[in-house]
Design a protein around this ligand. Structure first.
Ligand code: 5AD
Ligand code: SF4
Length: 444
């Protein structure tokens, strides 16, 4: 039987899309291959949001050249996702042994593209936009207990540094009934956690006049019988009081919010075209903590945006301290060709950016470690994700606040059989990026 292997770079939307690519390939009769070198069809689902992901992709694709020239000429190599969308046929110039290039709007075309590749034709197919949601395609979920459900695609925001609007297109909301019907099917299929996905979930429904908005969607998904509802990503300027109330009132919606602020100074926020001030962000964070006192807040921060001064950066540090994020993802600014920021002068010297990044990373680690230490002794419902990747004698589990807790696999139990179960654990130890725990005896 012919087999496939998918390597996914980047964000949760790409993980979602990869599950759909797998679904489309399996409908065609292909089976997953555990190793990339043994697969007949190799797919790279790519990311171009920062230069590092971009470079890694081309590095990995070229390392497969040896596979094709050394005895396996029939292997089909496909590059899809954001780099496929951005580069189109140019991918062939960078990597001549690639057979298929596809974009972000045409996963459904893969069978036709494979037909072409199998008959020896190299094809790049990239649609400028699309009205099909990858969520409507068949899926092979990576975890039986979890599902990604896309609710919007694209982005209308045009943050000055961001390539996403040009590779994912304008924002479109998926029909409310299609989302709730999908969630209903997933619940019937045993899914216990869904993550609603969009570049800006808070603007869900804006393009469907008179239709339900994100708060109503949370209500509907939260009462579908699924145990846990998560969502990403939220844009601060569109997070409504009704959504905060929905998070507070719907038990299945988890007390965790990822709310990127990107930069702490008003000058940088304006240059980034983010649409809010630091004062507005701080007051939003305060109102969220007021409504949901034990919420875990996480964020994205970019260091070294063009023109960032030491004073601008000090305001980023200050904002992190004031909000006291439980977690933060920190990025060094990476110029992306075609974005407004790429042509801004005044770039910050590399060593200055690295020094700021290191200071921020150390603050973020301290905050996260402090928050973790405050968990010791607490008893929490944890969802078992499966064996830990590093140590199969330990289970990776998540609290409602999305904290990772390592718990020893109970005697006689199988880590895989426990995946998807919600058990009760006592937190016994804290580390900077995870917790240790033990199951409360009666639950296992
Ligand atoms: N450089 C660095 N970080 C970026 N991000 C998006 N574009 C860039 C860029 N050009 C970060 C933002 C976003 C996260 C997904 O990636 O923080 O929230
Ligand atoms: Fe990029 Fe801004 Fe849209 Fe997020 S909101 S995808 S950072 S343009």
């Amino acid at each position: 039987m012919r087999s496939y292997y998918i390597r996914t770079f980047g964000c949760q939307m790409n993980k979602h899309d990869s599950e759909r690519v797998a679904g489309v390939l399996e409908e065609r009769g292909l089976v997953p291959s555990p190793a990339i070198d043994d697969a007949d069809v190799i797919i790279f689902n790519t990311c171009c949001v920062r230069e590092t992901a971009d470079e890694r992709l081309y590095g990995q694709v070229s390392s497969l050249k040896a596979l094709k020239t050394g005895g396996r000429p029939d292997v089909i190599i496909a590059v899809g996702g954001c780099v496929g969308q951005r580069d189109g046929e140019l991918v062939f110039a960078h990597a001549p042994h690639v057979d298929i290039v596809f974009g972000t709007h045409n996963i459904h075309e893969l069978p036709a593209l494979l037909d072409a590749a199998e008959s020896g034709r190299r094809t790049a197919s990239v649609l400028p936009s699309g009205d099909r949601f990858a969520s409507d395609l068949p899926s092979h979920r990576e975890d039986a207990w979890h599902a990604w459900v896309s609710i919007t695609v694209g982005c209308d925001n045009h943050c000055a540094y961001c390539i996403v609007p040009s590779v994912r297109g304008a924002e479109r909301s998926r029909a409310f009934e299609d989302i709730t019907a999908e969630v209903g099917r997933l619940v019937a299929d045993g899914v216990v956690e869904v993550t609603l996905l969009g570049q800006n979930v808070n603007s869900y429904g804006r393009d469907r006049y008179g239709q339900p908005r994100f708060a109503e969607l949370l209500q509907a998904v939260g009462s579908s019988g699924v145990a846990r509802v998560r969502f990403a990503t939220s844009h601060p300027k569109d997070l409504s009081p009704r959504t905060i109330a929905a998070m507070r009132d719907i038990p299945a919606v988890m007390p965790y919010l990822h709310l990127p602020f990107q930069a702490g100074s008003n000058r940088t926020l304006a240059a980034m075209n983010r649409g809010y001030t630091r004062e507005q962000y701080l007051s939003l964070a305060a109102s969220i903590r007021d409504a949901i006192p034990d919420i875990a807040l996480s964020t994205d921060i970019i260091v070294g945006f063009p023109g960032e001064t030491e004073d601008d950066f000090a305001q980023t540090i200050d904002l992190v301290e004031r909000v006291g994020f439980e977690h933060a993802f920190t990025f060094i600014y990476s110029p992306r060709e075609g974005t407004p920021a790429a042509s801004m002068s005044d770039s910050v010297p590399r060593e200055v950016v690295q020094d700021r990044f290191d200071r921020l990373a150390s603050l973020v680690q301290t905050l996260s470690y402090d928050a973790n230490r405050r968990q010791i002794g607490l008893v929490q419902d944890v969802l078992v994700e499966g064996p830990s990747r590093r140590d199969p004698t330990v289970l990776a589990t998540r609290t409602p606040h999305h904290r990772l807790v390592h718990v020893p696999v109970p005697d006689g139990a199988s880590a895989d059989a426990l995946a998807g179960r919600i058990l009760v654990a006592r937190i016994t130890g804290a580390h900077p990026w995870f917790l240790s725990g033990e199951f409360v005896a009666s639950t296992v």
